[in-house]
Ligand binder design. Structure first.
Ligand code: CTP
Ligand code: MG
Length: 228
């Protein structure tokens, strides 16, 4: 492995949670918000030296106060996000401290990322400059036209569902964000790919699902409560 790494992390929690009936990142289980569960999960492996948390503008002060009150380790900043995930990600990248050469970007909506998954993504990024976790797709997958007609069956063996955390060499990520301009990217690796850089895939985990609907959030809160 290469010289001492300095890894910063961005935790994206600036969404409105429309499909969950409200901002799911602030729902609580076992005395902690989902945001805190996700943050502690990221920090658990001891790889992250600095964390930037991105939240809705109206929540910045309250979240900063709360994370300071609980002495969340390695907290560098709490900053306001934007109207889309990608704009929130940009705001977070701008707030990264100097000196970290690697950036791990994670959704607060995925509180179950394991330490080994995080380690795997970071190791692959060290080797390939950009790495993402992904899992195989089990269902047949089609592209549907506007008229509701199936246009194409997609080749399942080569398809993957992409997860976070995603890890990047900082310079590569910043270069991609400078060169590619669109607000609609649903993750960060797609920006890096659009900028023409290779991104490497490692095995994701089914447990590391994204909580999208109210039902998924309720089920996860139950699991987190039982876990303590
Ligand atoms: N996110 C963000 N800023 C946005 C939109 C999303 O930081 N403007 C974050 C969310 O807080 C979440 C992650 O990106 O942790 C993935 O987004 P998603 O699951 O779509 O969450 P929401 O955007 O909150 O939900 P919805 O799309 O249903 O409104
Ligand atoms: Mg969203």
């Amino acid at each position: 492995m290469s010289s001492p790494r300095r890894v910063c992390a961005l935790l994206l929690a600036a969404g409105a949670g429309r499909r969950a009936g409200g901002p799911k990142q602030f729902r609580r289980a076992g005395g902690k918000s989902l945001l805190e569960h996700a943050a502690r999960g990221l920090l658990a492996g001891g790889e992250i030296e600095s964390l930037v948390v991105v939240v809705p503008e109206s929540d910045v002060d309250a979240v900063r106060h709360e994370l300071e009150r609980i002495h969340l380790p390695h907290l560098h900043a709490v900053v306001a996000g934007g109207a889309t995930r990608h704009l929130s990600s940009r705001r977070g990248v701008e707030a990264l401290p100097e000196g970290c050469d690697w950036v791990l970007i994670h959704d607060a909506a995925r509180p179950f990322a394991s330490r080994s998954l995080i380690r795997r993504v970071l190791r692959a990024a060290e080797e390939h400059r950009a790495a993402i976790p992904a899992i195989p797709v089990h269902d047949s997958t089609v592209r549907v036209g506007r008229d509701g007609r199936v246009e194409e069956y997609l080749p399942r063996p080569s398809l993957r569902s992409v997860q976070t955390p995603q890890a990047f060499e900082r310079g590569l990520l910043e270069d991609s964000f400078r060169r590619v301009d669109s607000e609609d990217f649903t993750d960060d690796a797609s920006v890096v790919v659009a900028a023409g850089h290779p991104v490497f895939v490692v095995a994701g985990e089914h447990e590391n699902r994204k909580l999208t609907t109210g039902e998924e959030v309720d089920e996860a809160l139950g699991q987190l409560t039982r876990r303590g």
